[in-house]
Design a protein around this ligand. Structure first.
Ligand SMILES: Cc1cc2nc3c(=O)[nH]c(=O)nc-3n(C[C@H](O)[C@H](O)[C@H](O)COP(=O)(O)OP(=O)(O)OC[C@H]3O[C@@H](n4cnc5c(N)ncnc54)[C@H](O)[C@@H]3O)c2cc1C
Length: 469
């Protein structure tokens, strides 16, 4: 973390106010406080200034001021991140990009869209679907998150099982560097191998290498039809077996979402009538033309029954589908109510290890006396393992449970994060998964883009190695 003097902070405020004026620059601590947090447990400092960028020139100017004054600058889109990526851990400038929210182009023939980084994801979904097109990435935060944040986190979502993640749809972007340099990265064509693939490097860089301006995105034709299935199981291993059975039969639903017993109970408590005997649930969705949906849904239902499902419901009509999805939509707020504090770790394991992972999560919770629950994108082996607590005294046990989870995940051949990124919260654990040489190469890349370490400091890289590494 670069050391920042009070004089440097004052200089940054003065330069920003002079160049952009008070309508685009907030310096009142009460106005700035809301930018010190995101949707995670990460705690930041109240930033010295918040820039509400409306155009590329505002971004370039803020990046030039940050370097001239020597203060940190943290890009921010919707602030829905789960690992503290947009949290200004050293104060300085927060650069809000939500004002750059124009959908500039939807080209039906080329099947591409060009959007500002502040475009809210659900608005892009609606706009392209009106044109008969489809943008698949669908984090469950789609009404609050924005495309710049999605690209910076390489976000996924339920549809990732069939359609992949955000990075699979990014063709190119405007990239603004610390100091105020502008690069045009990538392309508009569907293929292209000119030079190093900097687009892929910037996707998932968590705001630490460059700030994104306009994003060029690949689109698909909108699938004709959809069918949703809900399968109930008496235990989690049955649900895990069903996921293996579905994929083993070569079926590719667009999503396979898993809920464990505690999550299901929270959803029931939110007034969703789900059979009390069920201890695990899968929500599965297939898409394509009518005949393809019919065949796929029959195959999925059969695979679930063969794996011990106690009940399988199939919904085709939009109203029926909405009813089934209500349970998924209610889940996050319902789970949020279970405790004062909640940390969600989005680990991934090979699909064949998911039953084992769930068993180990339960064992860790019981051993350490920590409440846990798990749900998530089971088709991808990507689980959101949640740790819940009310009392600060519980925190050391929660920390021990998180570390035990990460060790289990690595031992099972998995990875620390499938879609939420490393941010602040997972940075201390990076050395559990990656060798110091690999972390060193990434630090060197960071140094090329940001030699003074001013762009979103405190993210990804641990301040020091994990104590056991
Ligand atoms: C209820 C809920 C459900 C969620 N479900 C999912 C899910 O299903 N799948 C999933 O993947 N995630 C999910 N998330 C996490 C989160 O929504 C995603 O990580 C999302 O992509 C963050 O977007 P944002 O606009 O809120 O970004 P922010 O939180 O504002 O920022 C995230 C990161 O992006 C950087 N950044 C933002 N804009 C730019 C830019 N223009 N240039 C460079 N860097 C930038 C920030 O510095 C930060 O590091 C969920 C979150 C919530 C609260």
């Amino acid at each position: 973390m670069p050391a920042v003097s009070p004089a440097a902070r004052d200089k940054a405020k003065t330069l920003l106010l002079r160049a952009l004026g008070p309508s685009k620059v907030k310096t009142d601590p009460d106005d700035c406080a809301v930018y010190s947090r995101d949707e995670s447990e990460a705690e930041g400092m109240v930033p010295d200034a918040v820039v509400l960028a409306e155009a590329a020139e505002d971004v370039l100017l803020a990046l030039a001021v940050a370097r001239e004054a020597g203060v940190p600058i943290t890009p921010r889109a919707g602030g829905t991140g789960r690992t503290g990526g947009a949290v200004p851990v050293g104060g300085g400038i927060v650069l809000s990009l939500l004002g750059m929210n124009a959908i500039k182009e939807i080209d039906r023939r080329e099947q591409i869209a060009v959007v500002g980084p502040g475009t809210v994801l659900s608005e892009l979904h609606a706009a392209v679907e009106r044109e008969g097109l489809f943008y698949p990435p669908d984090p469950n935060s789609s009404v609050g998150c924005a495309l710049g944040g999605n690209v910076a986190e390489n976000s996924g979502g339920p549809r990732g099982f069939k359609y992949g993640v955000t990075g699979d749809y990014v063709l190119g972007m405007e990239a603004f560097l610390i100091g105020g340099q502008r690069l045009s990265v990538g392309r508009r064509t569907r293929k292209g191998t000119t030079g190093y693939d900097l687009t892929s490097l910037l996707v998932g860089s968590e705001g630490t290498l460059a700030v994104f301006g306009d994003l060029t995105l690949r689109l698909l034709p909108k699938p004709e039809g959809l069918m949703t299935l809900m399968a109930l199981f008496e235990d989690e291993r049955g649900a895990a077996r069903a996921v293996e059975e579905i994929t083993g039969r070569g079926l590719i639903p667009r999503c396979i979402e898993f809920f464990d017993a505690t999550t299901l109970q929270a959803v029931r408590d939110a007034k969703n009538p789900i059979d009390e005997r069920a201890r695990a649930m899968l929500m599965i969705e297939v898409d394509g033309d009518e005949a393809a949906c019919e065949v796929a849904s029959l195959g999925v239902a059969d695979a679930c029954e063969a794996s011990g499902a106690s009940e399988v419901l199939v919904a085709q009509e939009p109203a029926q589908r909405e009813k089934l999805w209500a349970a998924r939509k209610e889940m996050s707020p319902a789970v949020r109510k279970l405790a004062k504090h909640k940390l969600s770790e989005d680990v991934v394991v090979p699909r064949q290890q998911q039953g084992e992972l769930l068993t180990r999560v339960r064992a860790v919770g019981e051993r350490l006396g920590v409440r846990t629950l798990a749900y998530g994108h089971a088709g991808d082996g990507n689980f959101h393992v949640n740790f819940l607590w009310d009392d600060p005294d519980e925190v050391p046990r929660v920390d021990a449970a998180i570390e035990a989870l990460f060790r289990d995940v690595i031992a099972l051949g998995g990875t620390l994060t499938g879609e939420h990124g490393i941010g602040v919260l997972k940075a201390p654990y990076l050395p559990l998964e990656q060798a110091s040489e690999l972390i060193g190469v990434q630090r060197a890349i960071k140094g090329v883009f940001d030699p003074q370490g001013l762009l979103n400091p405190g993210k990804i890289f641990p301040a020091r190695g994990h104590r056991d590494c």
